[in-house]
Write a protein that binds this ligand. Structure first.
Ligand SMILES: Cc1ncc(COP(=O)(O)O)c(C=O)c1O
Length: 463
């Protein structure tokens, strides 16, 4: 027996593994090799990462399309989960990232300072609402949400945060605590962050006080009054956090006056209003931010997803006076504001402006909303259609007139769409809503093609 090997094993350092199975990092696998690897996915990647819909193996993507390992073209009307607003692999974004990669890939902010992050801050200052003119960069939506909450708590020295039922803000502990879109995101993680209170969102289709808008006179605001009277004094509240249109929670668009009223309550009590525009931002609603589409300006803005066309980047935006009260060490990051991501974000802003994507989102959004809204009444499973710009939700109900959520219809519609090469994605507490979020570059013909497939699927379910 070889004593050397025994000794290594004894020390637990016998980690030699077989050589890489699939060539070098510069080799692309053949179809059958990729297929075999895909089939072993369940042994390689955590189910929490990969078990989702529809999980098709793809080779590449361009514009509005995925190119599958099966040789088929798929319309990606999920936009890589509301991220690829400029379409997949936009040449300008790729070119900008390539240029940056050849010069500088990473330099921890503070140790060094580079051009792309400063230029991006200047550009964001130009396009963000109100006086949100100073930025903290991070990598993901959840991180931006954490940053926004930390900033609000730090500058106000107040302990509590108010969030809204149905909100989704991410998977880190703080973000998870303000999330209430589905219980599965919170199960087995209690206790979460303390001092968080949830009040109902203005989900008019399923009104929390059983009324109709506008005759309700925004009675649901009474929940906030009760909260302040019974549970937490407003002087203890650092922030309200909400999505100006809920995403994961069911694509719920609240009445503008409700948002205005929330703004007023926050201003009255010196509470920071945080808009989580991780999903609604970067052109999705037809303006740079939903704050602008809806005419309500927050004190703090969380931005991610579409900001860098798929490169990981997020940001917290706030007025300089607030940011300046948040000193060195009170927050920080290693990768946040990565040079390549910032350069990709600069290119993203250019593309959105040069190609008129905000106007396109408005125009295509209106065409889509008009057609989708006409399905109410025509198809008894379509209960509600709502949205702004190219962020549209279609809520499915049981056809018995009682408006019960109908996740089974959603599953069947999604499956039928996939069969015809259209990828859509569900949301809502019962998985009973379909989000319609094509890339903002979508043209009339592609939009029509997607809607035709979608309508055939809905009609098929109703047959
Ligand atoms: C509104 C909203 N906030 C936060 C997040 C979390 O973003 P991320 O997955 O990048 O952490 C999401 C993700 O879907 C989101 O939709």
């Amino acid at each position: 027996m070889n004593h050397g090997t025994d000794f290594k094993t004894f020390l637990g350092i016998n980690h030699e593994k077989s050589p890489a199975k699939h060539g070098t990092s510069l080799t692309e696998l053949g179809d059958s090799e990729f297929r075999a690897l895909y089939d072993s996915m369940g042994e390689l990647l955590a189910p929490s990462l990969v078990r989702d819909w529809p999980n098709i193996p793809i080779r590449s993507a361009k514009g509005c399309c995925f190119y599958g390992l099966d040789g088929r073209e798929y319309l990606d009307f999920t936009s890589g989960m509301a991220t690829m607003n400029t379409g997949h692999c936009h040449p300008k974004v790729l070119e900008a990232a390539r240029l940056q990669m050849e010069r500088l890939v990473h330099a921890a902010v503070g140790v060094a300072m580079y051009e792309s992050i400063l230029r991006l801050a200047e550009e964001l200052k130009r396009i963000t609402p109100g006086d949100l003119n100073m930025f903290f960069f991070s990598n993901s939506g959840a991180e931006a949400v954490e940053g926004a909450i930390k900033l609000a708590k730090y500058v106000t020295r107040r302990p509590a945060v108010v969030a809204f039922t149905g909100g989704f803000h991410g998977r880190t502990v703080g973000a998870m605590t303000v999330t209430s879109s589905k219980v599965k995101y919170r199960t087995h993680y209690e206790p979460l962050m303390s001092g968080v209170y949830h009040v109902p969102y203005a989900y008019c289709f399923r009104c929390p006080v059983g009324k109709s808008h506008p005759s309700c006179a925004l009675e649901c605001l009474g929940f906030i009054e009760t909260l302040f009277k019974r549970l937490v004094d407003p002087s203890e509240v650092a922030a309200f956090i909400l999505e100006p249109m809920q995403g994961e929670g069911g694509y719920v668009l609240p009445p503008r006056e409700w948002l205005e009223a929330i703004r007023e309550i926050c201003s009255k009590h010196d509470i920071k209003l945080i808009f989580d525009e991780v999903q609604t931002g970067f052109g999705r609603t037809g303006s740079w931010f939903a704050a602008q589409s809806l005419g309500v300006t927050p004190d703090i803005l969380a931005i991610a997803k579409g900001i860098a066309s798929g490169f990981p980047l997020s940001a917290v935006a706030a007025p300089a006076e607030l940011m300046k009260a948040w000193p060195t060490g009170a927050h920080g990051t290693t990768f946040g504001g990565n040079p390549v991501s910032c350069r990709a974000a600069l290119a993203t802003i250019e593309v959105i402006e040069e190609e008129g994507l905000l106007d396109n989102a408005k125009k295509m959004g209106k065409a889509a909303l008009d057609r989708l809204a006409s399905w109410k009444g025509k198809y008894p499973v379509v209960g509600d259609v709502r949205g702004i710009g190219l962020m549209i939700g279609i809520e499915f109900v049981k056809p018995d007139g009682k408006l019960e959520p109908n996740p089974e219809a959603v599953t069947e519609v999604l499956r039928r769409c996939l069969d015809e090469g259209l990828i859509l994605y569900p949301c809502g507490v019962d998985g009973h809503v379909i989000r319609f979020i094509p890339p903002l570059i979508v043209d009339e013909e592609t939009l029509r093609k997607g809607l035709d497939i979608f309508e055939r699927a809905v009609a098929g379910v109703c047959r």
